[in-house]
Design a protein around this ligand. Structure first.
Ligand code: PPE
Length: 306
């Protein structure tokens, strides 16, 4: 799928895709001083389009800027409106939405407090992140040799561009070894998250996910916890170890790009029956109904009309 479209929103204006350029001396390019979001716009069952939890994503973008100390120069409301504008300008029914804010051109050197914060929003069609087969039948994951960020190193609750070098290393390592996705352990050795997803396990009917310490506070994670509890499942946010993952009945990843992807194998050990488990399938079906606007009024507030 191509990332080439008609328009990109850049610092308040819609510009042609080929003109959305920056200077090579931009601060963000040198030091990874940017923060971003990944959001999905879905085509609903009624043929309209809606962005899933747009305000929550834009609030997290603003939070990232606050954590890093170079705040977002647009309000959450302006960012939501800009997202709608750029989706409409590109005439897309369903797409991935990528807002990015970064320190721009000015001074170089790590301390550049007067550089501008530039902001873009790009959109493009993006299918199943870990493959259509992965969504249905599950994927093969491997625990990476790279540790997830320490909570006092780069700030894990900010979706900082530089943080993703850790994901790039981990993902490349396991892909080269023939696996689909990398799971990382935290600095104390407990399961943290994957290169671009949060992780859940199911054992004896209880759903468990890692607490919000070293992980990105995933919006899909929070949505899945809410949906599962509303369906009557017990969901706990507790640390768990690598071997607890091995003996889980079911496991799955959540993320905007990955949506809800079952894990059928970890470190060459089959998880449960080695395919999408019944609890995973139940919650996945509920999630897909919600994002298509098929759940009535209950979760309608999660869908931001385009
Ligand atoms: N952890 C990480 C490290 C992460 O990157 C994501 C999203 C999540 C958890 C899940 O967060 P949420 O999308 O709010 O449920 N990863 C984004 C980027 C993936 C990429 O390759 O780029 C995404 O899914 O959009």
């Amino acid at each position: 799928m191509s990332i080439k479209t008609e328009k990109i929103w850049m610092d308040g204006q819609l510009v042609p895709w080929e003109d959305a350029k920056i200077h090579v001396l931009s601060h963000g390019l040198h030091y990874g001083t940017g923060y971003f979001e990944g959001i999905r716009c879905y085509e609903l069952a009624n043929g309209r389009s809606a962005v899933f939890r747009l305000q929550e994503h834009m609030q997290r973008l603003a939070d990232s800027g606050k954590i890093l100390g170079f705040p977002l120069p647009f309000s959450v409301e302006q960012m939501c409106q800009a997202t709608v504008d750029v989706i409409r300008a590109n005439k897309l029914k369903a797409c991935y939405v990528r807002p990015l804010a970064f320190l721009g051109l000015g001074e170089l050197g790590v301390y550049a407090p007067n550089n501008p914060v530039n902001v873009i929003i790009a959109v493009w069609p993006w299918g199943a992140y870990l493959g259509d087969d992965g969504i249905k039948n599950g994927i093969r994951a491997k625990v990476s040799s790279y540790t997830r960020h320490h909570v006092n190193a780069t700030m894990t609750k900010s979706k900082t561009s530089a943080n993703y070098v850790n994901s790039v290393l981990a993902k490349a390592e396991v892909k080269k070894a023939g696996y689909d996705e990398a799971i990382m352990l935290d600095t104390e050795g407990y399961v943290s998250e994957a290169s671009g997803e949060n992780i859940f396990i199911v054992r004896k009917g209880v759903i468990k996910t890692t607490p919000l310490t070293s992980i990105l506070p995933g919006i899909t994670r929070e949505s899945i916890i809410t949906l599962a509890r509303d369906k009557g499942y017990t969901v706990v946010e507790e640390r768990f170890t690598r071997d607890e993952l091995y003996i889980a009945d079911e496991a799955f990843f959540t993320g905007t790009a990955a949506e809800l992807t079952p894990i059928r194998e970890v470190d060459d050990r089959q998880i449960g029956a080695g395919r999408r488990g019944p609890v995973t399938e139940d919650i996945q079906n509920t999630f897909f109904d919600v994002i298509k606007g098929k759940s009535g009024e209950k979760y309608a507030g999660w869908l931001y009309a385009v």
